[in-house]
Design a protein around this ligand. Structure first.
Ligand code: FMN
Length: 379
């Protein structure tokens, strides 16, 4: 009885927490960063946003990064932008302008622009510079793009400058905070730059809350909840992705060409092939089905790496090909492959539906009973 009560209290608590999160202003801190300077400022901006108990922030990258400081951050899609209550944009200064990575991302927002999807949404900008040459030009260039979207640009004014140590160069500007990473007299961002970044986040949350609900959100676009849903789906369904298997030869776990990702996997589990051998000789159908599930989990784990850790960037499972180690007269390949297909749909919903081929082979590499070749379209 006590266990049952605790269970209901837990459900009630988790529902209450969900409702509370739904009520908060959702603010995206969207960055490009090469060396992590912009990310340092982003964390302060985010701290400032969340100092308001009615706001929550999500730091995301415009593109996946291999930098160890950044590689675990999720990557945003253009589709999700209009679902937020405000966006704080951060980028390195490139030649007195926004970075190429940020520029490439913004150039993919044409549909949002023609749909007026970001109109009236508050935006604020911050940048990491080297020496600081052209930093204000760069911030202004950021504003140009966001003004074309009709966003409400939130400046900093002289916020926080009273407290600033004026004996050293500082990245404060009236448009937004910057940091000058190549000036090594003190640690960068300086204490003052961090503090202004936090104030910028705090002020931005206030504006985002005030403007909340004044915009008509377009129904064609995603929601913030949707963007976090695939990781949640995995958790809810108890689907645990294994470590990415290491290549056994001169090839890559995946190759991305344009927006397509190509992956091939066998039934490796903890460095050994699960249920190895030929169907009907060494293993039965149930064992091959288990091997197929492990193989598809390996595919998903590699796919997660290919999208920088954020499976929400998968637009479509395009094709799965299942190759099974069978005798000549075997015909029920489709039943075996359904295990992989069902898993794709379980994880990605409609986006998991794919074209499919299956066939039997007289042998499969490393005596696996199955190999899966997969093609995914990603953002
Ligand atoms: C192509 C390129 C152009 C740059 N142009 C400028 C510039 O005009 N002014 C400046 O202060 N720093 C410039 N930098 C330096 C970066 O802005 C600086 O390294 C920044 O801190 C990088 O941010 P991150 O650590 O988030 O990658 C440039 C860097 C690159 C790669």
């Amino acid at each position: 009885m006590r266990k049952l009560c605790s269970f209901f209290i837990l459900i009630l608590l988790s529902n209450t927490i969900n409702i509370m999160a739904q009520d908060k202003a959702k603010i995206l801190v969207l960055i490009h960063s090469d060396n992590g300077g912009t990310y340092e400022l982003a964390k302060e901006i985010s701290k400032g946003i969340e100092s308001d108990k009615n706001a929550v922030s999500y730091i995301k990258l415009v593109k996946a990064s291999q930098n160890p400081k950044l590689k675990d951050l999720p990557v945003a899609t253009t589709d999700e932008l209009s679902a937020y209550d405000g966006i704080a944009f951060g980028s390195p200064v490139y030649f007195g302008n926004i970075s190429t990575g940020m520029s490439e991302f913004l150039s993919k927002t044409v549909q949002l622009w023609t749909d007026h999807a970001l109109e009236g949404m508050p935006a604020t900008v911050f940048m990491s510079a080297g020496s600081g040459a052209g930093k204000e030009l760069a911030l202004q260039a950021f504003w140009n793009s966001l003004a074309v979207h009709g966003m409400v640009l939130v400046s900093n004014g002289i916020r926080g400058t009273e407290e600033l140590n004026k004996a050293i160069p500082q990245g404060n500007t009236v448009l937004g905070i910057t940091s000058m990473a190549s000036l090594k007299d003190v640690e960068r961002p300086t204490k003052g730059e961090r503090s202004i970044a936090e104030l910028q986040g705090k002020n931005f949350a206030k504006i985002a809350l005030a403007l909340r609900g004044t915009r008509q959100k377009k129904s064609s676009v995603g929601s913030v909840e949707k963007t976090v849903s695939i990781n949640e789906t995995l958790q809810q369904k108890n689907i645990v992705l294994p470590q990415v298997p290491k290549p056994a030869g001169n090839y890559q776990p995946f190759v991305r060409s344009g927006n397509l990702v190509f992956i091939n996997q066998v039934a490796l589990q903890n460095g050994k092939i699960l249920n190895a051998g030929k169907l009907g000789v060494d293993v039965n159908e149930q064992q091959v089905k288990e091997a197929t599930k492990i193989t598809m989990l390996n595919v998903l784990s590699v796919l997660k790496e290919a999208v920088g850790g954020d499976l929400n960037r998968v637009k479509q499972c395009v094709q799965l090909t299942g190759i099974f180690n069978t005798k000549d007269d075997y015909t029920k390949h489709a039943d075996l492959m359904n295990i992989a297909s069902d898993l794709a749909v379980e994880v990605f919903g409609e986006k998991g539906k794919h074209a499919r081929a299956t066939f039997g082979a007289s042998s499969v590499p490393v005596n696996s009973s199955v190999e899966i070749q997969a093609i995914f379209e990603v953002d």
